[in-house]
Ligand binder design. Structure first.
Ligand code: NDP
Length: 486
């Protein structure tokens, strides 16, 4: 049983009123940690600590801060297995995924921003009689609020550029998955990052998260989470004119065109649907298939889904673990019930039963990957974000219909298109109302590219220069050339 503390001003300390929360392993239902149930008073302490570190950290050169990012990456890399094991235990995701994605990519985030930051050249604009250059300053103390699905990965995706650009940080991880944020705090402490540059305040969204949004000393908010929480974030922070980045929910379409390489499309669609138990914001939870190949695709798809190895997340060959919590399991199950009520047909899954594993006492939050057909593309199951191991299959008769169905969503985060005609792929991609489109692949990430959504999937972009811009204020300096005649 771990006893987690806040990390404020270089010290690990309990919440000011001593209140705590329990943290559970969803695969076993065991309580694995106590964490502080912090309040606004803890956020206030973190803001004071961050402010006291701001001037010195912000005055360092970008190259010096990039060196720090490399040091952080090295230190996290040394803990790769510890991070993977902890993330797997805290989220119920398979250890193989936690190693490959969570642990590895968290290190990569720091290395990427260190290298990318160093490569940037000055932005200048010459005039006949003057020159302009863009001077970047830190925003100041920024609040980073992150969800439970990719806890350390999504936190480091924000922490790395925030530190690079000279900001100090007050972070709030999801209270459901606080453990790897604590490992990050321990790591930064061990390597001697100056006190107050990075602070973590654990606790509940409506308490700690809300206090971060409201704190006048926090000048920017980078939030990743659900769309309804995003509305609260925007409503609170926008009137205070805080810089705001919102990465929100999605209901992403996987479009299988008639000329797709079927084997690749099936594998891609399965991965897109069920990676991390369908709990990735980019997951393709609606599969739109050309009617002429729908029968063959469906058969192959269902067979492939039934081959997914569900089991103990700690086993190396497990491909799918539990969902994040018993409450979330019930939410996904309520959509399965709704899908049946809406007239859908469960082609596979739909139940907690499975061969093998349910956690030691049969209490783990496991659900078989579930595939529905027969639901209208306008039905609630096909339009609301379920964020679990459940997909709906729909057919279309032509490209226009496929695009109409794909865009029939309040969300606009991502989508994938499967076709052997790349020109056609480009044309369809251009008509998708999403921030990201993949053709013949899914979740293929280049960290330099803009990441984010349109419609109710978010505001702003992260990645490469977009992150650097978000975490800095820009001043244009215009210098008049000396008059040659004077
Ligand atoms: P939530 O919106 O419930 O929570 C996200 C974070 O916000 C958590 O740390 C949460 O704390 C906190 N929070 C909750 N209420 C408030 C509040 N009033 N003020 C400030 N912070 C608050 O999302 P989930 O954690 O359930 O994550 C799943 C969602 O995240 C899905 O919708 C998914 O699509 C989205 N997501 C989007 C991504 C993207 O890049 N677009 C990437 C990954 C996920 P607490 O946990 O204590 O409630």
């Amino acid at each position: 049983m771990l006893d987690i503390k806040n990390y404020i001003g270089g010290e690990f300390r309990p919440s000011t009123d001593g209140a705590t929360l329990e943290d559970f392993n969803p695969a076993t239902a065991e309580c694995i940690a106590n964490i502080p149930r912090s309040k606004a008073s803890d956020v206030d302490l973190a803001v004071v600590a961050a402010h006291s570190a701001q001037a010195e950290w912000g005055a360092r050169t970008l190259a010096e801060r990039a060196d720090w990012l490399v040091r952080i990456a090295d230190a996290l890399e040394a803990k790769h297995e510890h991070i993977a094991q902890t993330e797997s235990m805290d989220t119920g995701k398979p250890i193989s995924l936690a190693r490959r994605v969570d642990a590895s990519r968290s290190v990569r985030n720091f290395r990427f921003f260190a290298e990318f930051g160093r490569e940037q050249s000055d932005v200048t604009f010459e005039m006949d009689d003057a020159m302009n250059y863009v001077h970047r300053s830190p925003v100041g103390t920024v609040g980073l609020i992150t969800p439970w699905n990719l806890p350390l990965y999504l936190l480091t995706w924000k922490v790395a550029p925030a530190l690079l650009m000279g900001n100090t940080v007050v972070a709030k991880p999801s209270e459901i998955t606080p453990l790897t944020a604590n490992i990050l705090a321990e790591t930064l402490d061990e390597i001697g990052l100056p006190a107050g540059v990075f602070n973590v305040v654990h606790g509940l969204g409506p308490e700690v998260g809300q206090a971060i949004l409201e704190a006048p000393g926090i000048k920017g908010i980078s939030f990743t989470g659900g769309t309804s929480t995003g509305r609260i974030v925007a409503k609170t922070a926008a009137p205070m004119f805080k810089k705001l980045s919102l990465e929100l929910g999605g209901k992403n379409a996987t479009i299988i065109l008639k000329d797709a390489d079927l084997e690749a499309a099936v594998n891609g669609a399965v991965r897109a649907a069920f990676t991390n138990s369908g709990q990735v914001c980019l997951c393709g939870s609606r599969i739109l298939v050309d009617a002429s190949i729908a029968e063959e695709f469906t058969q192959l798809f269902v067979a492939e889904v039934e081959r997914i190895n569900i089991g103990n997340p700690a086993d190396a060959d497990t491909v799918m673990g539990s969902v994040i919590s018993p409450e979330h399991l019930e939410k996904v199950e309520s959509y399965i019930k709704l899908g049946i009520d809406e007239g859908g047909i469960v082609l596979t899954g739909g139940t907690r039963e499975m061969t093998g594993y349910h956690g030691p006492d049969g209490v783990g939050a496991f659900l078989r990957p579930t595939v529905f057909s027969g639901l209208d593309y306008t039905s609630r199951c096909a339009t609301e974000e379920i964020f679990g191991p459940m997909v709906t299959l729909h057919t279309f008769d032509n490209e226009d219909e496929a695009i109409h169905m794909a865009n029939h969503s309040e969300y606009g985060l991502a989508g994938s298109i499967w076709t052997t005609d790349l020109e056609r792929g480009r044309k369809v991609a251009a008509r998708m109302e999403t921030g990201i489109v993949w053709v013949n692949t899914w979740l293929h990430r280049d960290l330099r590219t803009p990441f984010g959504g349109v419609k109710n999937s978010g505001v702003g972009r992260e990645g490469g220069t977009w992150s650097m811009e978000f975490f800095s204020e820009m001043t244009n300096v215009c210098i008049k050339h000396p008059n040659p005649t004077s």
